[in-house]
Design a protein around this ligand. Structure first.
Ligand SMILES: N[C@@H](CCC(=O)N[C@@H](CS)C(=O)NCC(=O)O)C(=O)O
Length: 212
């Protein structure tokens, strides 16, 4: 019997959504532990003992506790290589990682709950906070759109799903939440192709047991 896999997440957490897709793509079953972000449950000492940042997700797998969604997805890719979420070619791998990092490192972290709460605490009103989130998401997705220009579909980088798709789809959910104008037809085509796959559908926020 395989060791239990536990995902600490929350239905609306985009970073958890990436990991849910990865687990589904790899055909892994897992148990959910939900931490309600708006109630601040991610700050509970018991959870911070697992994830010192107090951020979701955390994955317990193979007797290890892993944090940071990109590191988790790469771990799953290294330990469960099929189906591959990165191609063999080093240049293509670097491009896919770059795409994922535009979202994981330069877009999502500056619009997450903690950052927006800090902006409010510094006196910004709700309109200014939303404008900030929408602006950084717009910049990030514009870069993503440029990075896939000239690539064949239906996915970000060709005919198979890669890490890039796992990061794009949750970020589009955030884009809608903040009212970003979705002015990138190619990204929306990719999203449509992804959402035709069971691994993405089962991972979607609205299909999680803790959805509100
Ligand atoms: N770079 C981290 C980002 C984690 C992150 O920001 N998670 C959000 C949910 S998507 C969170 O836990 N926010 C709680 C907070 O900001 O207090 C990753 O990719 O895992």
């Amino acid at each position: 019997m395989p060791d239990a896999v536990t995902l600490h997440g929350y239905f609306r957490s985009g970073a958890s959504y990436r990991v849910r897709i990865a687990l589904n793509m790899k055909g892994m079953s897992y148990a959910d532990v939900f931490h309600h972000l708006r109630k601040g449950e991610q700050q509970a000492p018991a959870y911070r003992a697992l994830n010192p940042q107090g951020l979701l997700p955390t994955l317990e797998v193979d007797h290890a506790v892993l944090t940071q969604s990109l590191a988790i997805c790469e771990y799953l890719e290294e330990t469960r290589p099929e189906p591959a979420l990165l191609p063999a070619d080093p240049v293509a791998r670097a491009r896919i990682r770059a795409f994922a990092q535009v979202i994981a490192c330069d877009t999502h972290p500056v619009q997450n709950l903690k950052v927006l709460a800090n902006l409010r605490a510094m006196g910004l009103n709700e309109t200014a906070v939303t404008t900030w989130a929408a602006k950084v998401i717009d910049e990030g997705l514009s870069a993503c759109d440029a990075l896939v220009a000239g690539q064949v579909g239906p996915y970000c980088f060709g005919e198979t799903v890669t890490l890039a798709d796992l990061f794009l789809v949750p970020q589009l959910v955030n884009a809608r939440r903040f009212g970003v104008e979705l002015r990138w037809p190619r990204l929306l085509e990719i999203e449509r192709a992804c959402l035709a796959l069971d691994a993405f559908v089962r991972a979607a926020p609205e299909n999680q047991p803790d959805v509100e």
